[in-house]
Ligand binder design. Structure first.
Ligand code: SAH
Length: 513
């Protein structure tokens, strides 16, 4: 008899308003453990990097007018995947139960007897105004807030918003959806007795580097929206609290506010650079350019790993090499001591750190992060004559290291631990954004980031300038025909961030110190 598959669970998860830092810990946990993720237009796709490699990621769309899946299809999909035993994460922008049909999805799951969990999120209705310097309540200005939708359900015969009641109620009123109907909405509000000098603010792409705010009053807001072609997604705030923005607008006044910057990265790398740029207000497009894959001949590498204890030295040249090595090692052995007396060398601090993460000591770490200096260090340590060395590295790496070590008399085995391939997927939509919206600047943190970006063969957005971490990277960029506009004085991430700020501001931002 075939075993019955245990039904999985569906997690209706609030993805917050856009800023990755505004995602709850629970939401992040759900993503990290997901089997299937169904996400929407308004949930920041960058959080998909927290998903396991094995997770199936499905874009449900819902850009106004450009539905990728219909609501019925989404419902059916959630049920089908959960019934197949998957942990299904349904990511919804903001809070799942504030508009956006999350409640309907929950009802449908309940009816289908699919177990579900709701993870509330920070709604754009509150976070949007907050990031525009508008508190939705203030003791001196109001004592209640109303959320309403400007998106009329066309199936309803009468209008679902009671504008007369809204006008009488006063307080702060926050509207989600419906920027495109602002003219008729403002007209209704005025017709029902709201003052024409009532302050109004519209905040689009709130809490992200793309945030823009438009301020006016009920009498002129429609005209301003038309004039600026101010488009969805936006939150609208009606009420006296809007004026507090003059005093409290904090987010839009940062050093890099309004600048769109491309950061090239591989999926697994920590986004330190992105984080620092975002913290200064930049709109960062994290563009994955490469992907780490197992080596073409995994078995050959596994044999070397199995014999690791027979070597005098194991040399690692990248954090990825360390990870690939130990992933295999612990598949073969369950005791670290199986490594025997092999000593460990690491090129570069990140590689050394990854080794320390495995609670192993790094015996040799050259000052400079280049192969040449590893050879020099070995020489200093009395040479390597007749010593057996295992070199764990990427396929197609430079030849120099094994040659030089062999020339010093070592017996060198090269182990190809992984290979890097161009990233062809666009899970986060970063590539689409870059092509549609362009950028002000692209950052390169190594020669390989230059090579990898160019290997994608994307057309170069007009006006996008180049920032490089140092002279070696700049040279590669120039050799490939690029013009380097910014070069960091200190060749590390903080140095690059400083240089980028200087470039845009003409000065270092003192506040940050
Ligand atoms: N559940 C969501 C709202 C879904 S309805 C929440 O709690 O935020 C979709 C509407 O939300 C959009 O039309 C827009 O009005 C608003 N919205 C969501 N994210 C936004 C953002 N980052 N900036 C501005 N408006 C946003």
């Amino acid at each position: 008899m075939a075993a019955k598959t245990k039904t999985g669970k569906c997690f209706l998860v609030g993805a917050g308003p856009g800023d990755l830092g505004l995602v709850t810990l629970r939401a992040k946990e759900c993503i990290e453990q997901a089997g299937v993720i169904v996400y929407d237009y308004l949930s920041n796709p960058e959080m998909l990097k927290w998903a396991p490699e094995t997770a199936e990621i499905i874009y449900a769309g819902k850009r106004a007018g450009a539905h990728t899946l219909t609501q019925d299809e989404i419902n059916a999909l959630l049920i089908e995947k959960a019934r197949a035993g998957k942990q299904v994460v349904r990511l919804k922008g903001g809070d799942p139960f504030v508009f956006g049909r999350g409640a309907e999805e929950a009802q449908m799951l309940a009816a289908a007897h699919v177990p579900f969990v709701v993870v509330p999120g920070i709604t754009s209705a509150i976070a949007g105004p907050a990031y525009a310097g508008i508190p939705v309540t203030h003791r001196g200005k109001n004592s209640h807030v109303t959320f309403f939708t400007g998106h009329e359900n066309p199936e309803k015969s009468e209008t679902s918003i009671d504008f007369r009641a809204l006008a009488q109620l006063g307080g702060t009123q926050v509207m989600l959806m419906g920027v495109e109907r602002i003219e008729s909405i403002a007209r209704e509000m005025l017709a029902n007795g709201m003052r024409s000098d009532m302050p109004v603010a519209l905040i689009r792409w709130a809490t992200t580097g793309r945030q823009e705010t438009l301020v006016g009053n009920l009498g002129n807001i429609a005209e301003r929206v038309a004039e600026k072609e101010f488009a969805a997604p936006a939150v609208a705030v009606f009420g006296d609290v809007v004026t507090m923005r003059d005093e409290l607008n904090w987010f839009e006044h940062q050093s890099l506010s309004g600048k769109r910057i491309v950061v090239t990265r591989s999926r697994a790398q920590a986004g330190v650079l992105s984080e620092q740029l975002r913290a200064l207000g930049a709109d960062v497009i994290e563009l994955p350019t490469i992907r780490i894959e197992p080596p073409s001949d995994l078995r050959a590498f596994a044999e070397l790993v199995q014999d690791a204890h027979a070597y005098d030295w194991i040399v690692f040249t990248s954090p990825n090499g360390v990870t690939a090595f130990f992933d295999l090692f612990y598949k073969l052995y369950d005791d670290t001591r199986e490594l025997g007396g092999a000593r460990i060398a690491a090129i570069g601090p990140a590689t050394a750190q990854r080794i320390k993460d495995f609670h192993l000591k790094v015996d040799l770490q050259p000052e400079e992060f280049v192969a040449e200096s590893i050879v020099r260090e070995f020489r200093k340590q009395g040479g390597v004559e007749n010593l057996r060395i295992l070199l764990a590295r990427a396929e197609k790496a430079r030849d120099l290291l094994p040659k030089e070590l062999s020339a010093l008399g070592a017996i060198v085995d090269e182990g190809f631990a992984y290979r890097t391939v161009p990233e062809t997927r666009d899970d986060s939509g970063a590539r689409r954004r870059l092509l549609e919206e362009g950028a002000d600047l692209i950052t390169f943190t190594s020669s390989s980031t230059v090579e990898n970006f160019l290997a994608l063969g994307l057309s170069w957005p007009e006006k996008m300038q180049v920032a490089s971490i140092g002279p070696v990277t700049s040279k590669t960029a120039r050799d490939r025909g690029l013009t380097v506009a910014v070069e960091a004085r200190r060749h590390d991430i903080p140095g690059l961030v400083d240089a980028v700020c200087k470039f845009f501001l003409g000065k270092i931002d003192d506040e940050r110190r």
